[in-house]
Design a protein around this ligand. Structure first.
Ligand code: NAD
Length: 477
């Protein structure tokens, strides 16, 4: 049975209680994790602090980089194993699970190379003075991680924090933590000192809350829902602890009449079907200029009818949703859309091989969705694409920016001027032109505006968020 990972050892939790691990593909429990509590968080924070003040602080940036690179290589050797763990835990099709393991490897590779390139500046100042800035780690960083991409989000968040010299305490989702426990074990094997990476499993309102409140946590990186992001920020504000919030999205894809529809079509489908639509950056709103609206919907409808949700090992277009409450949530959105007369263009299928106890949802394409409807405003977090027409650029921008979210958006057009005009006017942390989510984005700063959060992860930019700047002023005459 998996235990917490603290100071390079698997340890049983203080409560003596466990939580079941459910396989989303059949709804059956197949393992148990520790139900952590505040005392476990105390132990993990103390281990991280001791590491920070001891061996971790003594490493040079180059040595830290070598450790991160060693971990990247180790993770690459174990990529198939890690993908298999995550596949069962989260119900991911094989290609997706492998892609997630590959991204984890790549995050550690990227941040390994960044360790000794993170530096301060010297500043011009008064005669007889020299001023320098140092980028120092926050200290012990807390990382609260959701269930949809555990390995990827661990890679970007913990990878960046370690590269900047922090020691980490991680709280994975109670629905998906097995791969991360194995990653932490592999980190110990390649020589990470005890306490550099600690993992405490359990519920959010218990472990996550204790982590956010803990006076020994110097920075919190939270990835999850806007609701919990608000709670974390409120709790952290009590002691002025800085937070990075990576929250939800309602990604608009703006397809103009001059777009290359052949090129757009597979990306539009993939952007909502990937990970069964359980992606913060999912392209869940399709905004199409009227002259091509019917043509595009017809073609998309045909594509949707071919999509299959199926057992993860069959590697169909999408796997099951993470848990039964998520399936119910998606179902309630669809039921409301039906009650409100929103037309369905097409629906995919659930494969005959799917276990009846699994949490499968066939992809659905809806049209003429009123912009103010909850299915156009809220995160469904399932494979549901809401299409609506627009007339011109102003109308497209009003619709695209007309939600509480602002994470990722896309513009599909052959007109260079329009591409840049739209990119400027879209309120989003990332804008893609004639693509969506290209390359996994390891190198690309990522994060939101409005209710999609604040702060940036991924890319070099993340390292600024995982450090605090100190200004040193020397008077030397
Ligand atoms: P969630 O907010 O329910 O949970 C996220 C994490 O917070 C989990 O580890 C959970 O245990 C913990 N948590 C829950 N209550 C807590 C509390 N009171 N205090 C502290 N921690 C608590 O989100 P989820 O359902 O796991 O994930 C889906 C959400 O995550 C979606 O909204 C999605 O858009 C968002 N997400 C955002 C990004 C991004 O980069 N912007 C990436 C992935 C997912």
């Amino acid at each position: 049975m998996p235990k917490h990972f603290i100071a390079n050892e698997f340890v049983a939790g203080d409560s003596g209680q466990t939580l079941p691990v459910i396989d989303p593909a059949d709804g059956q429990p197949y393992d148990q994790i520790q139900r952590g509590n505040a005392r476990d968080v105390d132990t993990a924070v103390a281990a991280a602090r001791a590491c920070l003040q001891g061996p971790w602080q003594r490493l040079t940036a180059a040595e830290r980089g070598r450790l991160l690179m060693a971990l990247s290589r180790k993770l690459a050797e174990h990529a198939e194993e890690l993908a298999a763990i995550e596949q069962r835990d989260c119900g991911k099709p094989t290609r997706q699970a492998r892609a997630d393991a590959a991204a984890l490897v790549r995050y550690f590779e990227y941040y390994a190379g960044a360790c000794d390139k993170l530096h301060g500046q010297t500043l011009p100042f008064l005669e007889g003075f020299s001023v320098l800035t140092w980028r120092e780690p926050h200290g012990v960083t807390g990382h609260v991680i959701p269930w949809n991409y555990p390995m990827q989000i661990f890679g970007r968040s913990v990878g960046g924090a370690l590269a900047a010299g922090n020691a980490c305490v991680v709280k994975p989702s109670e629905d998906a933590c097995l791969s991360l426990l194995r990653v932490a074990e592999l980190a110990a094997e390649v020589g990470f000192p005890a306490g550099a990476i600690n993992i405490v499993t359990g519920y959010g309102h218990e472990v996550g809350d204790a982590l956010a409140r803990h006076p020994g946590i110097d920075h919190i990186s939270f990835t999850g829902s806007p609701r919990v992001g608000t709670l974390i920020q409120q709790v952290a504000a009590e002691r002025h602890c800085p937070v990075t919030l990576e929250l939800g999205g309602k990604g608009p894809q703006l397809v103009f009449e001059d777009a290359d529809l052949d090129a757009a079509l597979p990306t539009l489908v993939q952007a909502i079907v990937q990970n069964a639509g359980q992606t913060c950056s999912a392209g869940s709103r399709l905004l199409v200029q009227r002259p091509v609206y019917e043509r595009l919907l017809e073609r998309l409808g045909a594509a949707f009818r071919e999509l299959r949700a199926g057992p993860p090992a069959l590697d169909t277009d999408l796997g099951p949703l993470i848990r039964v409450s998520q399936l119910d949530r998606v179902g309630s959105f669809l039921a409301q859309a039906a009650r409100d007369g929103i037309p369905t263009v097409a629906q995919g299928q659930v494969a005959a091989e799917a276990h009846p106890g699994g949490y499968y949802q066939a992809p659905v394409l809806l049209r003429d969705v009123p912009p103010e409807h909850r299915i156009a405003q809220e995160e469904v977090f399932g494979p549901v694409l809401a299409a609506m027409p627009f007339d011109d650029e102003d109308h497209a921008i009003a619709l695209a920016n007309g939600t509480d979210f602002g994470l990722v958006a896309a513009v599909w057009s052959r007109d260079g001027g329009r591409q840049l005009r739209m990119a400027r006017r879209l309120r989003a942390g990332q804008v893609f032109v004639n693509s969506y989510g290209a390359g996994g984005g390891i190198e690309l700063p990522f994060g939101g505006v409005k209710s999609s959060g604040h702060g940036r992860e991924k890319g070099f930019e993340a390292l600024y968020g995982f450090t605090v700047l100190k200004t040193v002023t020397l008077r030397h005459g």
